[in-house]
Write a protein that binds this ligand. Structure first.
Ligand SMILES: NCc1[nH]cc(CCC(=O)O)c1CC(=O)O
Length: 300
């Protein structure tokens, strides 16, 4: 059997795709995989903030078109870049273990912690979720909008004379970047991550049972649960790139604990709420917390 795997062309996207192919091949040595790089709108328009180009679909639409057309069989994405709703005819299949879910500060050489950043220091991020949360902890900082792939954003520390940038730990770890002391992990109590940060999404055609069965062997149960709950939260808030949205789900035995973050476009309101549930109500938990928080925001 041969699987044609679609992916964006960034270093991170290719690394993630090859990781998934390696896991598949270990479990199914007879399966042959071919990688097809697909450019998305988000890759082509490089100089605009994401929320000026469109929603999350700017990184997925062209790839999903090829899945539906049958020119590829499977796509590997970062789950956090996926819109809440998938096009008709496609679904997410099983997923391997989550990487570190946290955000990190990559700091300029010589700065070793968030408290070390000079008063009024400059931090780069294009994410409202990251911006308003870091400002809660250090209101004096100046947040500079930046875009580009991970390597580009790290280079901007020198190029744009920043004190640091905020990135996902998962991207840095998967790329194997060795930034040593320059990386400070941000506890989720300070910066709640994006829903499903660090989780991979493997998208296939809804009726492709054969591929679904192959992917079952790479499944990581706790990650599947976290992905379902956090994506339900994203769907519940109508997740866009225009407002700050965060979520993290912890699984302990048959209990799940979900924290959510939601704010207004201008960051004036930023609320963080919590819900507990059981394994038999995964999507409900995410949805209920999201709807309660949206209601509360509309009253504020
Ligand atoms: N928005 C881009 C993006 N999409 C996925 C990751 C990292 C990997 C992941 O979170 O799974 C990143 C980089 C970042 O946010 O720093």
């Amino acid at each position: 059997m041969k699987i044609i795997v679609g992916t964006r062309g960034s270093n991170l996207a290719l690394t993630q795709t090859n990781m998934v192919i390696d896991i598949i091949k270990k479990a199914h040595p007879n399966v042959e995989c071919e990688v097809k790089i697909i450019k998305t709108k988000g890759d082509i328009i490089k100089d605009l903030p994401i929320d000026k180009i469109g929603g999350k679909e700017i990184f997925t639409k062209e790839i999903e078109r090829e899945l539906l057309d049958g020119t590829i069989d499977m796509a590997v994405h970062s789950m956090k870049d996926m819109p809440g709703e998938l096009p008709k005819g496609l679904k997410l299949s099983f997923t391997p273990e989550r990487e570190d879910y946290r955000d990190v500060l990559v700091l300029r050489k010589g700065i070793n912690s968030i408290d070390d950043i000079p008063l009024g220091g400059k931090i780069g991020t294009g994410s409202k979720r990251r911006k308003y949360q870091i400002l809660k902890c250090r209101p004096d900082l100046e947040i500079v909008g930046i875009r580009g792939n991970i390597e580009t954003r790290i280079k901007k520390i020198e190029e744009e004379n920043l004190d640091g940038v905020i990135l996902a730990a998962a991207g840095i770890n998967r790329l194997g970047l060795n930034l040593g002391e320059r990386v400070v992990h941000l506890d989720k109590d300070i910066v709640l991550p994006s829903p499903t940060q660090g989780i991979l999404a493997i998208e296939i055609r809804e009726n492709d049972n054969r591929l679904d069965n192959i992917l079952k062997s790479i499944s990581h149960t706790k990650t599947e649960i976290q992905g379902k709950v956090e994506r339900a939260f994203l769907k519940g808030v109508g997740g866009s790139c225009h407002i700050p949205v965060g979520a993290y789900c912890e699984v302990v035995g048959d209990k799940i604990y979900l924290e959510g973050l939601l704010g207004t476009m201008d960051g004036e309101v930023l609320i963080r709420r919590y819900i507990e549930g059981n394994l038999d109500s995964l999507e409900d938990i995410g949805y209920v917390l999201a709807k309660d928080m949206v209601k509360e925001m509309n009253k504020a």
